[in-house]
Design a protein around this ligand. Structure first.
Ligand code: FHN
Length: 581
């Protein structure tokens, strides 16, 4: 069971990223970045041999993300490679996939050309372990897909796992077939550089190349990898997971959304799942609610990011029906409200709660109402004069008045849209003026970290919309379900901490732990406490001690320790109160 721990270690390398400045852009890169920033929403596709076992090996359910099955089960290369002989996605239709992305309002697509299992999903001369040469399918689906995207005006890009390759003795990760010390250079020269050249040469202009789990490659190797890309397509953007700061734009961790507006390290993107896996897993039916995803899109864009939302097609080449339903719902929302998303700039306000988010265009503000506040919406700190307010959904004028340090808008009792209603404001300034204390670059003195903003990590953890809280905080020997918030340079200092939760008296008693730190870095701050019974009602409890958040801290975590007696507790938020000392 020891190897489960190393899954964590390998994934960690992919997530401890924001905080590095990107490479200074040349003209082609700068132009591509501008386009990329405008697009906001893209489709991620994880498709490979792992779609055949689909989360089950030899009749046994395998926990965790589906595309990691080879690693988790330590399946020998010779055995896993047999899957290629069965791979025959006869229902694959590139036009349908591209059309789905288009219908969803997505503006770009990124698909796995080679994941960590080492199998190329394109016709490769550099390795016979590829979809054209090793499967009965015998076609190159990437040709069809890149063409279908081009026809529909969607930008196209490839995911490529550069360091991890469990098929190769000199790739990283497979120590069950290849226990000897690895030498990355021959693997890079024999497979990675040639395949990267292939995908940059045979599939038209790529908007981006998406490397992953940079891991252990040297700075020189990564610099050469970057040069290989830019030599063939200077305008092809390179994501942060290339490693060593050789990127054009950044990623947050998987499913990780910064708690505040984040513009310090250039453009960034949130890679995220529709359920709990990237590659298809037949048992994973934990589909996220379209309302949640639409709200997350607003949240991410208001903070400065793009949203790269994943689908995991089956081995037959079909995108699961639930994924299609969810994506088309998002597309319908964007058809009405896209003006408030595409081509916008981030919120000029800081995020105080989860009632609304804002995006901006010159002379305009868009207020995305995520949780309907009743008959009026107060927007504190807005100093620019509002000249007009209306809903994007029906263009109906909304009454407003100046109130205190901001504005108050009169709302109907219910939202116009069951997902998110957007209120558009015309303002007298090109860029909104916002009062001190409310501006995007200032964290509120009492900062509520809502469960909704956290990454909910684990297969069992759930978000309960009715109470806006997270529950099912299960603890397993190798994994713990938990909430993670991502400050990404927006915080720094010492904080008193309060936790708002509910717990039945009979289920009380588990120890909880709150930590702040950067993974892979020993220094971290930690508080512990015991879950108290609240008679099932929400109550706010102060935690003993002081939490130190380093300005470079990547996460703030909440989890139960030791036993899962209180797993059914519901946590709605953690509040950080800045201390004077
Ligand atoms: O290990 C991969 C994982 O399988 C998946 O591809 C995600 C997508 O962002 N990236 C890695 C983990 O961060």
């Amino acid at each position: 069971m020891k190897h489960w721990k190393s899954v964590g270690a390998l994934v960690v390398m992919a997530t401890m990223l924001p905080g590095q400045a990107p490479q200074a852009p040349d003209a082609a890169t700068a132009q591509a970045l501008k386009k990329f920033d405008e697009m906001k929403f893209g489709m991620f596709i994880h498709w490979g041999l792992y779609a055949i076992p689909a989360g089950e090996w030899k009749g046994k359910y395998v926990r965790g993300i589906g595309e990691w099955i080879m690693f988790r089960e330590r399946i020998p290369v010779a055995e896993y490679g047999q899957l290629a002989k069965q791979f025959n996605p006869v229902k694959f239709n590139g036009g349908e996939w591209a059309q789905l992305a288009k219908d969803a309002g997505m503006r770009y697509m990124v698909i796995t050309s080679k994941h960590h299992d080492g199998f190329a999903m394109f016709g490769s001369k550099a390795s016979a372990y590829n979809i054209v040469d090793a499967t009965p399918f015998g076609r190159d689906p990437m040709k069809e897909l890149s063409a279908a995207c081009g026809e529909r005006g969607l930008d196209f890009g490839f995911y490529y796992s550069q360091d991890q390759d469990w098929h190769e003795a000199n790739g990283r990760g497979n120590n069950w077939d290849f226990p000897e010390k690895r030498n990355a250079q021959p693997y890079l020269e024999g497979k990675v550089f040639p395949q990267v050249r292939e995908i940059l040469s045979g599939y038209g202009p790529l908007r981006l190349i998406w490397f992953d789990t940079p891991g252990l490659l040297s700075e020189q190797q990564v610099t050469e990898l970057r040069a290989t890309v830019k030599k063939l397509q200077p305008g092809c953007l390179i994501n942060q997971r290339i490693g060593h700061g050789r990127h054009d734009y950044a990623q947050t961790g998987d499913n990780a959304i910064p708690i505040q507006v984040y513009t310090k390290d250039g453009k960034w993107e949130v890679p995220a799942t529709l359920n709990d896996t990237w590659g298809y897993k037949k048992n994973d039916q934990h589909w996220k609610d379209p309302r949640d995803l639409i709200s997350k899109l607003c949240d991410i864009v208001s903070k400065g990011g793009n949203y790269l939302l994943n689908v995991g097609p089956t081995a037959e080449g079909v995108i699961p029906a639930d994924s299609q339903r969810i994506l088309r719902t998002i597309g319908q929302w964007l058809a009405v409200n896209g003006e408030a998303i595409y081509g916008t700039s981030p919120s000029p306000f800081n995020m105080r709660d989860i009632t609304w988010r804002a995006t901006a265009k010159p002379g305009k503000l868009y207020l995305h109402i995520l949780n309907w506040p009743g008959k009026s919406l107060r927007v504190e700190g807005l100093e620019s004069q509002v000249t007009k307010a209306y809903f994007l959904a029906n263009k109906a004028a909304v009454k407003f008045k100046k109130a205190g340090n901001g504005y108050e808008f009169a709302l109907p009792a219910k939202g116009l849209d069951e997902n998110v209603t957007v209120l558009a404001l015309e303002i007298a300034d090109q860029q909104a003026k916002v009062a001190d204390g409310f501006r995007a670059d200032q964290a509120p003195a009492r900062l509520d970290l809502h469960a909704w903003v956290a990454r909910l990590q684990g297969e069992e953890i759930r978000y309960d919309w009715a109470t806006q809280s997270a529950t099912h905080l299960k603890v397993f020997e190798q994994e713990t379900n938990r909430l993670l918030w991502y400050p990404y340079k927006s915080l720094g200092g010492k904080y008193d901490v309060e936790v708002t939760y509910s717990c039945d008296n009979a289920a009380a008693g588990s120890k909880f732990r709150i930590t702040s730190g950067r993974r892979g870095v020993a220094e971290r701050s930690e508080l512990t406490g015991v879950v108290e019974g609240t008679g099932g009602k929400f109550a706010t409890k102060k935690v003993a001690g002081v939490l130190t958040v380093n300005p470079g801290a990547e996460t703030i975590n909440f989890q139960l320790e030791g036993d899962d007696k209180s797993a059914g507790m519901k946590i709605s938020k953690m509040t950080l109160v800045k201390r004077a000392d």
